[in-house]
Write a protein that binds this ligand. Structure first.
Ligand SMILES: Nc1ncnc2c1ncn2[C@@H]1O[C@H](COP(=O)(O)OP(=O)(O)OP(=O)(O)O)[C@@H](O)[C@H]1O
Length: 628
């Protein structure tokens, strides 16, 4: 990789600092892979994003489809919307009282009493209009924000319900992209909904009221004004479509930036260990620059559109007006002229807000599409409508002729696997990296369904079991330990986070997992906050907390994907003792990377090339993927 692959000027210091370099992968606990691999070209970095397949369809049908998807959420906010629109009716009524009075005021300058009365009435209606406009906007914002709150909750629920292939593999959507859609793009959807609500009724009301005033004063001039509307509508439609396309590109560029940050910041240790700060700065700068260009284009277009609309409107209108005034040869009195112009000003205002709302809609459309796209993917792992709830499971597990591949055109990772694990038995799986051990675990948790064959728990096909029930009976300690921000107790009692954590049980399982002693030595014991992803704990401590969490879950089947990281001998002893305790009274499937762990099992199986083969303890030495 060379800097010349960057297609924009870099700051001089980056030019000087960055040189083609070889990366050394230090022996960290888990290998961090930042997509694309560091050796790939900068220019090829394209975080995944899902471009909707329907992006080429007709603009109007696209707009309608986008609006249809969010209509139920908007409809759920009918109360604030109605109050908002009612307030707008009051506001427009006040305006219709203000406009003729402005004209009258100019003709009552000589009569002090009349002037005072008209002035007071004018002030009254002005205050009513201010209050009503405030209420209109406050209630419509309430409706827009609440609608998007519901959309967000729905989308996030759908995302959590997606099967694992949505998050992993070549076509997965990155976590950063998903986060961006649910946060920033949702905010854009709020602006769009508000804009629409604030335009539909209030604008129609104001347009009608002002047009009525104008028709009363001068039907001829009003007709001329009306003729301007189709011209403006055409201009708005043309510019709006252009704006939508530019907005979409800007959205993708910022999502790419967000995806990149979400990938590189959690891997900060890896970046530093490789002296890759400059390299990553350059990657960030390239993406940030692309985003700058796209957003600049979008903002320029956004400010240009209202100006163009104003030019079209005022240019054409004054041309016609001047002609008409000359033709009517001064038949207008001063009072009518003032009222007409005031009405006109308040007529232009809603027409402009229609233009702005259209822009907002075009800007929000890609955001709505991208957000709702997250809910459209059909899961392959489907829970049957008549799926059963397994109350108790003894822990008898059967794999019957299981084959699996990650895609139709991909090779088989598992090929005709048969295995019977009796209740209470401990089975160790060993084998080379990439042999399919983790894949087998994913099938047991029904994160994927086998391509053929079936898995039985207590002789019940797991396809017929409710997913939550199935996963309640399987506890998992994964290789890359997942801990979340929060206290130690919250992490161990994660299962009961929505309810009440049983502290006695937390302490009991922590003792069983050999974690109690170190937890008590933390500043606030079980209530100590362990930082993002448990970053304040050591590798061995994290493993023991994870074991305690699996024990807390009280599942009859436990799956342990042994961490490959080397621990110091004391930590290793503590973890091993924790595993021994874990194996009591549970059916355990352990993916063993160390010989000692494999020897703790009742039976050991080698998983290689998608096939299972039972091995006796004596034949384990030297197996690929197993260290002493
Ligand atoms: N989401 C995925 N999409 C496509 N292929 C995948 C996916 N996950 C894993 N694979 C492939 O499936 C094969 C088995 O992977 P798996 O993670 O099950 O191996 P493993 O035995 O657990 O390896 P290790 O011991 O290194 O963790 C590998 O060739 C891997 O590249």
């Amino acid at each position: 990789m060379t800097l010349t692959s960057l297609n924009y000027p870099l700051p001089i210091n980056l030019h000087l600092k960055l040189k083609p370099k070889t990366f050394h992968f230090p022996a960290t606990t888990t290998t961090t892979i930042i997509t694309p691999t560091l050796t790939s070209k900068l220019s090829s970095f394209k975080p995944p994003n899902s471009t909707p397949k329907h992006s080429q369809s007709h603009p109007l049908s696209q707009t309608l489809r986008s609006l249809t998807t969010i209509t139920p959420y908007i409809r759920s906010q009918s109360t604030p919307i109605l109050i908002g629109w009612l307030s707008s009716a009051v506001s427009v009524y006040s305006l219709s009282q203000i406009v003729p009075r402005v004209g009258l005021l100019s003709s009552t300058i000589t009569d002090a009493v009349k002037l005072r009365n008209e002035g007071l009435a004018l002030a009254f209606y002005a205050v009513v209009r201010l209050v009503a406009t405030y209420l209109q906007q406050a209630f419509l914002w309430d409706a827009a924000l609440s609608a998007v709150f519901r959309i967000r909750v729905h989308v996030f629920g759908e995302v959590l319900g997606r099967e694992l292939s949505f998050f992993e593999g070549a076509s997965a959507i990155s976590a950063g992209d998903i986060a961006y859609r649910i946060t920033a793009e949702s905010s854009d959807v709020t602006d769009t909904i508000y804009s629409l609500l604030n335009t539909i009724v209030p604008t129609v009301l104001q347009l009608t009221a002002m047009a009525t005033q104008m028709v009363i004063i001068s039907p001829g001039l009003s007709l001329i004004s009306v003729m301007m509307i189709p011209c403006m509508a055409l201009a708005i439609a043309y510019l709006g479509e252009k704006f939508r396309k530019i907005s979409k590109k800007a959205r993708v560029s910022i999502a790419n930036l967000s995806a990149y940050l979400n990938e590189v910041l959690p891997a900060i240790m890896f970046v530093k260990a490789n002296n890759a700060e400059c390299f990553e700065s350059a990657r960030f700068e390239r993406l940030a620059y692309a985003d700058l260009c796209k957003h600049l284009k979008k903002k320029k277009m956004k400010v240009l559109i209202p100006q163009i609309i104003q030019i079209i409107y005022f240019g054409a209108f004054f041309l016609f007006c001047a002609g008409s005034l000359v033709a009517s040869s001064g038949s207008f009195d001063c009072c009518s002229l003032v009222s007409f112009v005031t009405s006109l000003v308040f007529l232009i205002e809603p027409i402009q807000s229609v233009g702005k709302a259209y822009n907002e809609l075009k800007q929000g459309e890609p955001a709505i599409e991208r957000l709702m796209d997250l809910t459209r993917v059909k899961s392959k792992v489907i829970e049957k409508p008549d799926a059963v709830d397994l109350a108790n499971v003894t822990g008898d597990v059967k794999l019957c002729n299981i084959s699996f591949s990650y895609g139709d055109d991909m090779p088989l990772v598992l090929n005709g696997l048969n295995l019977h694990i009796k209740a209470g038995e401990t089975i160790a799986l060993v084998g080379p990296s990439g042999g399919g051990k983790t894949t087998l675990i994913k099938l047991l948790l029904r994160l994927y369904d086998p391509s053929s064959g079936c898995i039985l728990f207590d002789n019940c096909n797991i396809r017929s079991v409710r997913l939550d029930s199935l996963r309640r009976h399987v506890g998992l300690v994964s290789q890359d330990i997942t801990l979340l921000s929060g206290t130690v107790a919250e992490n161990i009692g994660y299962k009961d986070l929505m309810g009440k954590i049983d502290m006695e049980r937390v302490e009991l399982v922590a003792r069983t997992a050999n974690a109690d002693e170190f937890i008590r030595s933390l500043p606030e014991g079980y209530n100590t906050n362990i930082g993002p992803r448990g970053s304040s704990l050591s590798g061995g401590q994290k493993q023991r907390v994870a074991i305690a969490r699996a024990l807390y879950q009280n599942s009859s089947i436990l799956i342990l994907d042994e961490a490959t990281s080397a621990l110091d001998s004391r930590s290793e002893l503590l973890v091993r003792q924790a595993l021994e305790h874990m194996m009591e009274n549970h059916t355990v499937l352990v993916i063993a990377h160390r010989l000692d762990t494999a020897l703790m099992a009742n039976r050991v199986f080698l998983l290689n090339d998608g096939k299972l083969e039972e091995r006796s303890p004596k034949t384990l030495m030297g197996i690929n993927g197993l260290v002493n």
